[in-house]
Design a protein around this ligand. Structure first.
Ligand SMILES: [Zn+2]
Length: 370
């Protein structure tokens, strides 16, 4: 992962000019008596990446964020989202060992639970992965209020991009398009032949049909296994992630982080790539992303007396989005959108079931006639 190793180096470069500026300030303070303390304070704030940004929010609350969004100065919003935005859709967190998902995998006789997402294991034994894929198949879930909040941001021309760690495709179901999305851990939306010399692409309908007929999906050209484009352990993140983050983050006016504990790299370090003046709102069940003292900086700071741009709203993602929508005067619009879209998905499901049972009935009839 050569491009990922670029991350820390880049941050180090960014720190240097400020470091010089800050040492100038501290030499001016020498007469104050607290010189050593000030020097240490400056040293720490330099390493924590604090103190050099402009204060954009009037207050570090959800209301402060809403006022800023209404000011007309906030035109490029980036969302960073994780498993927490899909839990209310009923989707368990794939990778977290605490969800009990791994415990359910015993029936597949895996050597160890993570093997199900490992390339080497998959190559020899693709069956457990596809059995799990059937159980957790994306199309069986509906996007959440939070997904539709991002769709509203798009409709209002405010969403620059959504960086998601989720592979459930609910952002697409909610109406975000390929260009609006960075699916950092890949997606079920497309699949590719596992053979490096072939790599033929398959679409979602093709893969769905294979998964639900309990077939191991095999390439029509070369008979190798076909794998959904989700990023397995040890695999590179999509090129698009590394290309677009370089232009998206420096131009971001507001970073909204939802439903992620910011523990998986390189995704987590994205929060430090926005400008020092860019406000960052975290909507999550707990605070996340704060810097450790040994970090290079750029971590979240909600509570220190130097905090000036980070807001934590501790709640479910759906409740947080509803509260923000309310402050923006969008609540009725958001609720209407969710209601309308969920009804549409339900009626499509029903249609599919009807067609499915008609086809089954026709097949049964044909068989009876034989
Ligand atoms: Zn092939």
């Amino acid at each position: 992962m050569s491009e990922a190793s670029e991350l820390p180096q880049k941050e180090e470069e960014e720190v240097t000019p400020e470091a010089e500026e800050q040492s100038d300030n501290s030499s001016e303070d020498e007469a104050t008596g607290d010189t050593e303390m000030d020097f240490l304070r400056n040293l720490f704030s330099r390493f924590l990446g604090l103190g050099s940004g402009e204060k954009v929010l009037d207050e570090l609350t959800l209301d402060g964020v809403a006022q800023y969004m209404k000011s007309g100065k906030c035109k490029n919003i980036l969302c960073m989202v994780g498993a927490g935005i899909s839990t209310s859709a009923g989707i368990p967190d794939f990778r977290s060992p605490e969800t009990g998902l791994y415990a359910n995998l015993q029936k597949y006789n895996l050597p160890y639970p993570e093997a199900i997402f490992q390339m080497d294991y998959f190559k020899e034994h693709p069956e457990p992965f596809f059995a799990l894929a059937k159980e957790l198949y994306p199309g069986q879930f509906k996007p959440t209020i939070c997904h539709y909040f991002m769709k509203l941001l798009k409709d209002k021309g405010l969403l620059r991009r959504c960086y998601t760690q989720n592979i459930d495709t609910l952002e697409r179901v909610a109406g975000l398009e390929a260009d609006d999305l960075i699916e950092a851990h890949g997606t079920f939306y497309t699949s590719h032949c596992f053979s490096f010399s072939c790599r033929k692409e398959y679409n979602l309908d093709w893969m769905k049909e294979k998964i639900f007929s309990d077939d191991i999906p095999k390439c029509e050209k070369c008979q190798s296994v076909v794998k959904p484009d989700i990023v397995f352990f040890g695999e590179n993140l999509p090129d698009r992630f590394f290309t677009l983050m370089k232009t998206d983050f420096p131009q971001c006016d507001l970073l909204i982080i939802m439903g992620t504990s910011l523990q998986v790299q390189p995704f987590a370090s994205l929060v430090s790539r926005v400008s020092k003046s860019c406000p960052r709102l975290l909507i999550n069940m707990e605070k996340a992303g704060q810097s450790g003292i040994m970090d290079f900086g750029g971590g979240m700071d909600f509570d220190s007396d130097k905090a000036y741009r980070d807001v934590a709203y501790i709640s479910t993602c759906d409740d947080g989005c509803l509260a923000l929508a309310d402050l923006l005067g969008w609540k009725a619009e958001l609720e209407e959108l969710v209601k309308k879209e969920h009804a549409r998905i339900d009626s499509e499901d029903q249609e599919e079931k009807n067609t499915g049972s008609k086809a089954a009935a026709a097949a049964a009839e044909a068989k009876a006639e034989e």
